[in-house]
Design a protein around this ligand. Structure first.
Ligand SMILES: Nc1nc2c(ncn2[C@@H]2O[C@H](COP(=O)(O)OP(=O)(O)O)[C@@H](O)[C@H]2O)c(=O)[nH]1
Ligand SMILES: [Mg+2]
Length: 323
C-alpha cells in the first residue's frame, strides 16, 4: 500500500507510480481493455504494409470500441495523422507510440490535474453516484488507505435509503479501522452529514468521508437531495477542504458517461472514481470522461479487495492500456 499523502518527492502520484506493486495491479486491472486494444492493434498493423487512410480509420474504430467516445477518438486520430506526417513515421511501432502520446496529451490538456485535494485538513470528501457503482466499496478502500497513511478518518453513512447500505458501510469502517456516524434506515441524509461534521470537529478528524444514496429517478429530486447536503456542508464546515467525488462503474460504458452528464448538472463534481476497470474492456471510458466532459479521473478501482483502489495517473494508465 502506498502512502496517499506522502509529499517528500513532490508530486504524490508520480511518487506512487514508481511503486512496482501499483503498476502490476494496474496492468492486471486493465488486462481486458488491453487485450481489446493490443490484439486489434496487432491485427491492424500486420494487415497494412504502409500508413494508409484505412489504417487510421481502423485505429479510430479500436478507440471507439473501448468506449473512448466518438468525439475524442476522432480528435485523437486527426492529431495522430498530423504527427505521423510531421515525423514521417513509417513503422507500426512508431505509429503506436505516437497514438499513445496523442491520447496522453489530450487527456492531460483537458483537466488541470488528477490529484485528490484533501489538504489542508480538515477536509470533506462527499461521494455521489447511482446505486451499485461502488460508492460504499470505494469509501471503505479510501478510509483504509488514509488510515494507513496516518490520517484520522471519520465516515458518515449518508445513504439511509436501505438498512443494508448502512450495515455494509459499518462493516467497511470496521475493516478499515475508522469511526462511523450512522442513523437508522429512512432518516434524513442531511441530518447524518450534519452529525458527521459535528463529530469530525469534536474528534478532530482529518478527513470526513460522506456516503450518499444515488437515486437518479429524476434530476430535480437528485438536485434537491444533494443540494440539501451541500448547504449543510457549506454552512457547518466552511473551513474544510472539499472534494465531490462522482463514482462511475466502468463496465457500464456509455451509461457512465450519461450519468456523469446528469451529475455535472446538479453538482460541482471535482473528480471521478472509475470503478470495476478489472471487469471490463471499456477502459477507454476514462478517455471520454476526462476529455469530452473535462472531469478529472482521480481514482480507479481495479478489484474488490481493500487495496484495489489507486490514484489515477494519465501516463501509467495509457501505458497499461497498450502494453
Ligand atoms: N471488480 C470490482 N468490483 C467492484 C469494484 N468496486 C466496487 N465493486 C463491487 O460493486 C458492487 C457494488 O458496490 P457498492 O460499493 O455496494 O456500490 P454502491 O451502491 O454505489 O455503494 C459490490 O459487489 C462491490 O464489491 C471494483 O473496482 N472492481
Ligand atoms: Mg452503497
Amino acid at each position: 500500500m502506498f502512502n496517499w499523502f506522502k509529499k517528500d518527492k513532490g508530486n504524490i502520484i508520480e511518487d506512487k507510480v514508481q511503486n512496482q506493486g501499483y503498476l502490476d495491479k494496474l496492468r492486471i486491472g486493465l488486462s481486458k481493455t488491453r487485450k481489446e486494444m493490443s490484439n486489434k492493434l496487432e491485427d491492424i498493423f500486420t494487415g497494412y504494409k504502409g500508413i494508409e487512410d484505412e489504417l487510421f480509420e481502423d485505429l479510430e474504430d479500436i478507440l471507439v470500441s473501448t468506449d473512448a467516445g466518438v468525439g475524442p477518438s476522432v480528435k485523437i486520430i486527426e492529431r495522430l495523422k498530423v504527427r505521423v506526417r510531421e515525423e514521417k513515421a513509417t513503422e507500426s511501432q512508431q505509429v503506436r507510440n505516437l497514438l499513445k502520446d496523442e491520447i496522453k496529451k489530450l487527456m492531460v490538456e483537458s483537466v488541470q490535474e488528477n490529484d485528490l485535494h484533501l489538504e489542508p485538513h480538515p477536509s470533506v470528501l462527499l461521494v455521489v453516484g447511482v446505486n451499485g457503482v461502488g460508492k460504499t466499496t470505494t469509501i471503505g478502500k479510501l478510509a483504509y488507505g488514509f488510515k494507513q497513511s496516518g490520517k484520522k478518518v471519520l465516515i458518515a453513512a449518508g445513504d439511509t435509503f436501505r438498512a443494508a447500505a448502512i450495515e455494509q458501510l459499518e462493516e467497511w469502517s470496521k475493516r478499515a479501522g475508522v469511526d462511523i456516524v450512522a442513523h437508522t434506515e429512512g432518516s434524513d441524509p442531511a441530518a447524518v452529514i450534519f452529525d458527521g461534521i459535528q463529530a469530525a470537529k469534536a474528534r478532530k478528524s482529518d478527513i470526513l468521508i460522506c456516503d450518499t444514496a444515488g437515486r437518479l429517478h429524476n434530476k430535480s429530486n437528485l438536485m434537491n437531495e444533494l443540494g440539501k447536503i451541500f448547504r449543510i456542508i457549506e454552512r457547518e464546515y466552511p473551513e474544510a477542504t472539499k472534494e465531490i467525488l462522482l463514482v462511475l462503474d466502468a463496465t457500464t460504458g456509455q451509461n457512465a458517461i450519461n450519468q456523469a452528464k446528469v451529475f455535472k448538472e446538479v453538482a460541482q463534481i471535482t473528480g471521478v472514481a472509475l470503478t470495476k476497470l478489472d471487469g471490463t474492456a471499456k477502459g477507454g471510458v476514462a478517455i471520454a470522461l476526462q476529455t469530452e466532459l473535462a472531469l478529472p479521473i482521480k481514482l480507479i478501482g481495479v478489484g474488490e479487495s481493500i487495496e484495489d483502489l489507486q490514484p489515477f495517473s494519465v501516463d501509467s494508465f495509457v501505458e497499461a492500456m497498450f502494453e
